[in-house]
Design a protein around this ligand. Structure first.
Ligand SMILES: Cc1ncc(COP(=O)(O)O)c(C=O)c1O
Length: 426
């Protein structure tokens, strides 16, 4: 079969002019026709250094990591400013011990859906402690943060309903909304007045979806204004606090706590994969919401329950985060320090005010050259390009951890500033 795609007919040899959007469609009627040109692009991009993803780590995700560099097959020791491990809990000895105890007791997997044979007492204990932490009547575990949003939104919303979500919503929110077949509208990022325009005139059921801290820009949701507008239009409100749970608020309950708005929000989502250093996600809310989702959230219903090993480790991580508020304080001191250094260097961090700090490059091709130089200079920062962010909004994303030392933060910013200067970006 002749394999021709729209891309091939336009390709002029330089893989860096193409990205994922060039490979959605092919003009052939064979489903596999897209694979060959995509592979050609992928291999060429990798060879030329424009594909830097999936480089395997051979160490724990601490502040220094061992990385197997793909292009030249070298093992690198790098300063890590790219991990979600905001509190350093994934490798805390007590967490590892708790996970080992769970492994000994339950074995590796749950071996069943949570509604059939997969629920173990460690899941119930974790759900209870998460509900108590979030100050909510109930909390439901999901296998990942991604499947939490997908299952929750698809489980609750129906054709004929309206979902209004921030334009910068995580893919899991977008995918859940699409799957629900409800009407989906996106409002301009963090612009409450735009939210109002999208809600106006809709008679049926509505839900507003926002994030506490936006995962790619590190800015905080304008929650007070958003809540006021949602209430005025009688819409339910869901907040995804993937990057703000255990980080924001006096007790670490997130941005909703920080704004004193927890009771105004109907559904609270969080992940166990970021500050707690594990895996999984949760929905905290009413007992009736729990019961309904048990029957209707298909990403949970038709998927194996969270591993009991991870659940045991996460339970310990949750307890540590609760009894050691100093971890959060250290994280915020580190955030203040690195922000000051970056400001002094004149590095463009966009709108970030959190521990997620973008280094705006805004050039989808040059960012890979910069990434290579950073890596060679000893700094691990991942280039983030379309489709994770809009085209021409490429950036590196710094994730600060409570476990970075001041010297490491100094070293990281010094490498970054040096490379950006050499590249003519600063
Ligand atoms: C806002 C947001 N929600 C959900 C997720 C998905 O979480 P997980 O990686 O635990 O599946 C992410 C992941 O980065 C996220 O940033």
């Amino acid at each position: 079969m002749a394999v021709r795609t729209r891309v091939q007919s336009q390709m002029h040899g330089d893989s860096s002019d193409y990205d994922y959007s060039s490979f959605y469609y092919s003009s052939s009627d064979d489903v596999f026709a897209i694979l060959e040109p995509y592979t050609e692009w992928y291999d060429d991009a990798q060879l030329r250094g424009y594909y830097l993803y999936g480089q395997p780590m051979s160490s724990r995700p601490t502040t220094r990591i061992e990385l197997q560099e793909k292009l030249e097959q070298r093992r690198l020791n790098l300063l890590n400013l790219s991990s979600y491990n905001y509190l350093g809990l994934s490798y805390r000895p007590e967490v590892i011990e708790a996970a080992k105890r769970a492994l000994d007791r339950y074995g590796m997997g749950a071996a069943g859906s949570p509604v059939l044979s997969g629920t173990m007492d460690v899941h119930i204990e974790l759900e209870r402690e998460l509900a108590a932490f979030k100050n909510k009547p109930a909390c439901m575990l999901f296998p990942t943060g991604y499947s939490t949003n997908v299952g929750l939104i698809q489980g609750l919303m129906r054709p004929g309903d309206l979902i209004v979500a921030d334009q910068n919503s995580h893919a899991s929110i977008v995918d859940g909304a699409i799957l629900s077949k409800a009407e989906v509208r996106f409002f301009r990022h963090n612009r409450p007045e735009e939210l109002e325009k999208k809600l106006k005139g809709w008679d049926g059921k509505k839900m507003v979806v926002v994030e506490g801290v936006y995962s790619m820009d590190g800015d905080v949701c304008k929650l007070p204004e958003i809540v006021a507008i949602a209430k005025k239009h009688e819409a339910r409100i869901m907040i995804d606090e993937a990057h703000s749970t255990f980080i924001y608020g006096e007790n670490g309950r997130g941005v909703a706590e920080a704004f004193g708005l927890e009771d105004e929000i109907d559904i609270h989502v969080g992940t166990l994969s970021k500050a707690l250093g594990g895996q999984g996600g949760f929905v905290a809310g009413s007992a009736s919401l729990y019961k309904y989702l048990e029957g209707f959230a298909r990403s949970r219903l038709f998927s194996c329950a969270l591993s009991p090993v991870v659940s045991g480790g996460v339970l310990e991580a949750l307890r540590i985060a609760g009894r050691e508020p100093g971890l959060r304080a250290r994280l915020w001191a580190n955030v203040a320090h690195i922000r000051r250094l970056m400001r002094e260097e004149g590095i463009d961090v966009g709108e970030s005010t959190s521990q997620v700090i973008p280094v705006m490059i805004r050039n989808d091709r040059r960012i890979f050259d910069v990434a290579h130089r950073l890596q060679r200079a000893g700094l691990y920062l991942q280039p983030i390009v379309y489709p994770a962010v809009a085209k021409h909004r490429s950036r590196f994303r710094i994730s600060v951890s409570a476990t970075h030392t001041t010297d490491q933060l100094n070293e990281g910013v010094s490498i970054l500033a040096h490379v950006l200067r050499e590249e003519g970006i600063l």
